[in-house]
Design a protein around this ligand. Structure first.
Ligand SMILES: [Zn+2]
Length: 152
């Protein structure tokens, strides 16, 4: 039996935990960044991995949500930098997002060994008009950097 090509399915990666897929144009110049198995963009929440699936899985995943993404954007998301919308972290957006909000939680850890007097902030969850948003922090030479905002 000759296997019939299904190009649209060969270029999709699926997370079985999120029940979501990401489709990439095979002609995308950064396509080769992608591997058959990658960390899910929402790994912090689901702990899952994306797997490239062919037509044999079509019946299983046909009702799952599929996002059209560029290869470089998907690769960045699998590295923990967030999807395109999550990486929009301008000062104006963050000021609007953070002003007069109630803190719902934070992911903190001591900055040094033995009960340090300083604290590293990794995430800050705040209540917003559209639900809880999680701000993700990283360090920089000028201070803390917020590099992505995800749903909580
Ligand atoms: Zn996932």
């Amino acid at each position: 039996m000759i296997r019939q090509p299904t190009p649209e399915l060969e270029h999709r990666w699926w997370c079985s935990r999120c029940k979501e897929g990401y489709e990439v144009n095979p002609l995308d110049p950064k396509y080769l960044l992608l591997t058959p198995v990658m960390r899910c963009p929402k790994f912090d929440i689901c702990g899952g991995y994306l797997q490239r699936r062919g037509s044999k899985r079509a019946n299983v995943v046909k009702n799952w949500q599929v996002f059209q993404v560029k290869a470089h954007d998907l690769w960045l998301a699998t590295q923990g930098f967030g999807l395109v919308g999550e990486r929009k972290c301008s000062p104006a957006r963050l000021l609007k997002l953070m002003t007069s909000r109630i803190i719902a939680g934070a992911e903190l850890e001591p900055a040094g060994p033995g009960g340090s007097m300083r604290t590293i902030i990794k995430t800050l969850s705040i209540h917003t008009d559209s639900g809880i948003k999680v701000l993700h922090f990283a360090s920089s030479s000028k201070g803390a950097t917020i590099y992505k905002v995800t749903d909580g």
